[in-house]
Design a protein around this ligand. Sequence first.
Ligand code: NCD
Length: 307
Amino acid sequence: MRSLIDITDLNTDELDELIGSALDIIENPKKYAHVCDGLKLATMFFEPSTRTRMSFEAAMYELGGHVISTASADSSSAAKGESVADTAKTVSCYVDIIAMRHPKEGAALVASQNATVPVINAGDGGHSHPTQTLADLLTIYREKGRLSNMTVGLCGDLKFGRTVHSLINALSRYTGIRFVLISPDELKLPSYVKKDVLQKNHIPYVQTDNLEEALPDLDILYMTRVQRERFFNEEDYLRLKDSYILTPDKLTNARADMSILHPLPRVNEISVEIDKDPRACYFKQVLNGKYMRMALILRLLTEAGTL
Ligand code: NCD
């Protein structure tokens, strides 16, 4: 049974095909309005979410399907001590596909090994978030017309930011990609991502703590929130939370065609005045996430033989 647990589960051709499929959904929504008639998606979110859960649900509805969900960890049997494996076996009896978010790294993998329907990882701890990457890739493609030959700045919490780990993994497959990793020393990209992805694939990158200096070079600036929920103590979070705040004056040194992305939610990282700037793409990214999740649901249901 094919699931999507990590972005490495999709090869580059498959990433390109999903983008193609999302573009077709955008052009021809009526063609897709009933393809999942009678089918069900379960959203099992054991961590807070607005966009990811609602975009999965909107995606399934727009395909003609239905959604059932657990409202939170507290209101499901996880609160009674049920294992992820047992929950996955149970929910498989009710639905055709599952989207799961969990605070523990590896939870979605365990769910996929026990479910009898495809499981989509909607974020597992600080590890990975492949469907956010699908949203990011479609956004970059729609803004730039390509996924190759660009300098991508990733700024903020590169240590705990799971969206960053998945995005680096995906973009590293395209030619001519260069990364500028902008973070405080304590929130640097984990060495396993540096070694296993960047160094292994000979991807050029630099590390800096200076956003202003890095800005003029960037085609893409990917801002991130400092991941409060992954910190061991509140003091460290409070000290680091406002490390980078993008304001209109800082943007004067950026390229006129630089695209600003952020997986959201934002706290203080991007001043709201920037929302009016044509370079701001983060709300387009939200919409693109829904289309890519539609494309993904279709693909996994087709491969499972359900469609
Ligand atoms: C991200 C996440 O959950 O990792 N949010 C999202 O899904 N769009 C980023 C974050 O929470 O900071």
